[in-house]
Design a protein around this ligand. Structure first.
Ligand code: NAD
Length: 518
């Protein structure tokens, strides 16, 4: 297998040296396979990238929006022509099963398809004035230079949600991808720059670790070089990024963790709910922001659901992400180590189901229906924890990994209360055949996204994506909604009366007859 050398690219040129050190990005399904040797940058390099992006932004904004839209169209076509190769790289580098990786790449194409047309819209408005011989208009202006920091569990789809609309709207970008998905990021960056014919400096990529990124971002913000921050990652880091942006009077676009509930009502189709729980809970080894956190089961169907869910989980194939499996390895060793800490939260009051063991799958801790050699990579058993309640860490906090909690409720109000209790608010789902239950749940749940008879995962590229509470600050990505992240409204009033007409004061008044009665 080929091994790449990956380094930051600023103003179209690869950066020489590795001021932040070097790391190896490995295949998590075969740890002895190095996918990329990655040269990391330091904080000054991030500042340089921000300076370059800031310098390049004006000229990019001067390119007519329909022409920028054509660039997005070309990027989409080039990604489509490289779909299999990019998906295979995603699977190799982060272990996402190949069909899911193909879906992930498709999400870039869908995003490009949506935004290529936006280049010919990006509408402003003409607005009537309260005075004659005066006209009002609104324009969408690009924000400026944008810093985008992303997690590696969706190493190309999520970045495209930021970078495609940001570029389309006339912004320049400095992207800091996750270190462990650097080869995938390099491929994405190259496809965008070549496919779009982007001028140097408009789209820059910098590889760096978390603390370096924070330091570089702070310096770039202090120097006035970054006008907008987009961050996708943990709630903990997101809170710090939001605070930093706030100190610079900016509101970051924050897309954070989730503890996504799925309510199974008494009228639910249990087979469908089990299928949704399996995909939502264990797809991508539970390492999606929209992964199912807790199943909230009506007490009358709890036993039936749990039995069937445990059977389906025990029967599912896990292993080699290029084989036909429910899920593959953990994204990177850091996630399996952290997952072990989450497993320690399981208490004596909980009942564990779903596999022949818990924790890392090894020769000594095997799992039936394992595809490949578990010792070659970092694979974890799927774990169902029944009996979780508010106050249990395992109920209250995101447990990024293949772990699903199960609890019970009696009334729908209780189900909504349990769904909201952890304080996140990204995705949610309800399985019911009762329309009034579906709509009552929708109204009560704090999540930004609600599925009815569908799993908690499965965003489409043109619906608003985002969360509330610990899942984000209310920002939304995708579709027309993300335009408000990457443009600022400018209001123009143009008075051609030749005199000073004062708003609110020089306004004609009609005389109504309030005493009139029929
Ligand atoms: P993380 O917050 O540790 O890292 C995310 C990114 O931020 C990485 O690029 C990382 O290098 C960088 N980073 C880390 N510390 C930083 C700091 N102090 N300053 C600046 N940048 C820093 O997240 P993770 O644990 O690697 O990723 C998983 C998390 O991301 C989960 O909580 C998951 O739910 C969330 N996520 C959310 C979404 C969403 O759209 N809501 C999508 C994917 C992942």
């Amino acid at each position: 297998m080929d091994q790449r050398t990956v380094s930051s690219v600023i103003a179209g040129r690869p950066v020489a040296g590795a001021p932040g050190g070097r790391i190896r990005s490995t295949n998590p399904a075969r740890l002895d396979e190095v996918v990329a040797d990655v040269a990391l940058g330091d904080a000054p390099l991030l500042v340089t990238a921000a300076q370059v992006a800031s310098d390049a932004q004006r000229a990019w904004a001067d390119v007519p929006a329909p022409v920028r839209g054509r660039a997005i169209a070309h990027i989409g076509r080039l990604v489509e022509d490289n779909k299999q190769a990019l998906a295979a790289l995603v699977t190799r580098e982060i272990g996402k099963p190949y069909p899911e990786a193909l879906g992930e790449v498709q999400e870039i194409i869908d995003t490009c398809d949506f935004f290529l047309g936006e280049g010919r819209r990006l509408y402003g408005q003409t607005v009537p004035s309260e005075m004659p011989d005066k006209q009002l208009f609104t324009f969408r202006n690009p924000v400026g230079a944008v810093a985008v920091i992303t997690a590696g569990n969706f190493p190309v789809a999520v970045p495209s949600w930021y970078i495609v609309p940001a570029l389309l709207c006339g912004n320049s970008v400095v992207w800091k991808p996750a270190e462990y998905s650097a080869a995938t990021a390099a491929a994405f960056h190259e496809l965008f720059c070549r496919g779009g014919g982007l001028p140097p400096g408009v789209f820059n990529v910098v590889y760096a670790d978390g603390p370096t990124t924070f330091a570089g971002l702070e310096q770039a913000l202090d120097a006035g070089l970054i006008d907008k921050v987009g961050f996708t990652g943990s709630s903990e880091v997101g809170a710090r990024i939001g605070e930093l942006a706030g100190r610079h009077l900016q509101s970051a676009c924050l897309e954070l963790g989730g503890k996504n509930p799925m309510v199974v009502t008494a009228s639910a189709d249990i087979d469908l709910a089990v299928e949704g729980a399996l995909f939502g809970g264990f797809g991508t080894a539970g390492q999606r922001c929209t992964s199912l956190g807790t199943v909230i089961c009506h007490e009358s169907v709890h036993d039936e659901f749990l039995t069937r869910f445990a059977e389906a989980t025990a029967a599912a194939a896990v292993g080699d992400p290029f084989a036909d499996v429910l899920y593959g390895p953990m994204l990177d060793i850091r996630f399996s180590e952290r997952f072990e800490r989450f497993l320690a939260w399981i208490g004596p009051q909980h009942k564990i189901m779903g596999s022949s063991g818990i924790g890392r799958i090894t020769a000594a801790n095997p799992r039936a229906r394992f595809a490949g050699d578990p010792e070659a990579g970092i694979f974890c058993h799927p774990t169902i924890v029944d009996g979780v309640r508010p106050g249990d860490k395992i109920f209250d906090q995101e447990t990024f990994g293949p772990l699903v909690g199960v609890t019970t409720y009696r009334t729908l109000d209780q189900a909504v209360e349990l769904a909201n209790a952890p304080g996140y608010g990204l995705s949610s789902s309800i399985y019911t055949s009762d329309a009034s239950e579906a709509f009552r749940f929708r109204r009560g749940v704090s999540a930004g996204m609600v599925s009815v008879n569908n799993s908690t995962s499965g965003a489409e590229a043109h619906l608003p994506f985002g969360g509330n509470g610990k899942s984000g600050n209310g920002s939304r990505q995708s579709g027309q909604w993300v335009l408000d992240q990457f443009t600022r409204w400018q209001a123009l009033n143009w008075d051609y009366s030749g005199r000073l007409q004062k708003a609110q004061m020089d306004v004609a008044e009609l005389t109504p007859d309030h005493d009139f009665r029929l």
